[in-house]
Write a protein that binds this ligand. Structure first.
Ligand SMILES: Cc1ncc(COP(=O)(O)O)c(C=O)c1O
Length: 437
């Protein structure tokens, strides 16, 4: 029997002294209540009420090796016994930098930080320093962390993606307390639209330092780039002297060892990675061309952070990446195969129950949504989904023993097994049955 009494009580207790009751605002949206974890191992998580879940939330993406992975845990413990952080240099930083440069096709050099937000901040700073320009093009539906200079709210379905000029004129702040002037340098464009991209870049090339894009719009529907779109983005930015930043905080070490840019054969100038890179420990990186990264070498660009490159973070990243790299990265094909079985099975169940829905999948990540469309390949269509119905579905899935992100994005880890997929499909069948009554 699904129980939430203890989680509910803890949430009330937490709200007394923990602002918002949760440590990251998004987590408060979980229904029927934010859950409190007790422990987790592999693909399974147990909460304080004794409920056990197959986990596809995976801490919002980082847990590519699942929970409490033995090898990763050993590596972290070994590093901790030698001192967690020194404020001095150590071998782990050199080893990690060497490994990242070996694996990431676009990286001649890397810089280490603690979160995806910080990696994006550094990439934007490098781009501005390198070009001497200040504007940044970003796209509707993409998320690049919560720093003031890039965080915008996602407009609702009402906002039409019409002309580039209209888009450029409206950059809504993502939160109260954010200075509107912090977004003055942002040009917001529809994604996957070569026409608006080209006209904007050509019109403002003299002012635009960077274009930043997720390679797959993971944060809004897991929408793939149109054929040729990223190539065109690469071609135009190169021609116009604009730094192309690919934000691979989700896709890095998830879509493959070399991330999306290796998978798609695109070479951005800079790449940001985080999440899966540390297997659940806070670490992130910017990698890119030597001629841009050199602004850190020359100290023209400040790259700061008390805990940057700490021994626990570097040990975690090294252990995670080495585990993923075993047998030439064979684990990626396995994760993808299992996830295709899962998404195909869910599509069949939707069909069986005459429920309209779409699942967009790219390798070991997919977005499931309830929507009256055959396909969802742009942000406007994505905004037509029934997010309330999905939140209800996610709640029913909890009762069925499956932990999902309430917005529809599913992740798989290297330790999920066929039995998990089979059990999940049974749970989906039951939850869909309850959803339609
Ligand atoms: C594409 C992308 N960039 C940046 C970030 C920010 O990363 P973090 O939450 O580690 O600051 C996220 C987080 O979800 C993300 O999805």
């Amino acid at each position: 029997m699904f129980q939430i009494d203890k989680s509910k009580a803890k949430y009330e207790q937490a709200k007394q002294h923990l602002a918002g009751g949760v440590a990251s605002s998004l987590r408060a949206s979980m229904k029927p209540t934010p859950l409190y974890a007790e422990s987790a191992k592999g693909a399974r998580l147990r909460d304080v009420d004794g409920n056990e879940f197959i986990d596809y939330l995976l801490a919002y993406g980082p847990l590519i090796l699942g929970h409490a992975h033995d090898g990763l845990t050993d590596a972290i413990l070994m590093a901790m016994r030698k001192g967690y952080t020194y404020g001095l240099q150590h071998d782990g930083e050199i080893e990690l930098a060497d490994l990242l440069v070996e694996i990431l096709p676009c990286a001649d050099k890397v810089a280490l930080s603690g979160s995806g937000t910080e990696a994006v901040m550094l990439a934007l700073r490098l781009a501005r320093a390198h070009t001497g320009k200040r504007k940044v093009v970003r796209f509707h539906g993409h998320y690049h962390g919560w720093s003031d200079s890039i965080f915008t709210s996602f407009p609702g379905a009402g906002l039409q993606q019409s002309t580039a000029a209209k888009q450029a004129a409206t950059v809504p702040p993502g939160t109260m307390g954010q200075s509107e002037s912090s977004l003055e340098d942002i040009i917001l464009l529809p994604w996957n639209d070569v026409v608006s991209l080209e006209s904007t870049l050509r019109a403002h090339a003299g002012e635009i330092a960077a274009v930043i894009s997720e390679p797959v719009m993971c944060n809004s529907g897991c929408i793939q780039p149109n054929v040729g779109y990223l190539e065109e983005l690469r071609r135009l930015t190169e021609e116009l002297g604009i730094v192309f930043i690919l934000d691979e905080v989700i896709t890095g070490f998830r879509l493959g060892l070399g991330g999306a840019h290796e998978r798609f054969g695109i070479k951005p100038d800079l790449v940001t990675i985080g999440k899966a890179m540390g297997g659940g420990i806070a670490v992130s990186a910017v990698g890119g061309k030597a001629e841009i990264m050199k602004h850190i070498d020359t100290a023209e660009v400040s790259h700061l952070g008390t805990l940057n490159g700490n021994g626990v973070a570097t040990a975690a990243a090294l252990a995670t990446i080495r585990e993923l790299a075993k047998d030439n990265g064979a684990v990626y094909a396995r994760m993808e195969e299992l996830f295709i079985k899962l998404s195909t099975g869910i599509r069949e169940l939707l069909h069986k129950r005459h429920i309209s829905g779409v699942i967009n999948q790219v390798g070991p990540v997919f977005h499931m949504m309830f929507i009256d469309e055959k396909e969802v390949n742009n942000f406007d269509t994505f905004n037509k989904r029934d997010s309330g119905k999905y939140a209800r579905f996610a709640e029913l899935m909890l009762e069925e023993g499956v932990l999902l992100r309430p917005n529809g994005l599913w992740y798989i880890s290297a330790v999920h097994e066929q039995a998990d997929i089979d059990a999940t499909l049974l749970a989906v069948d039951r939850a869909l049955g309850l959803l339609v009554v």
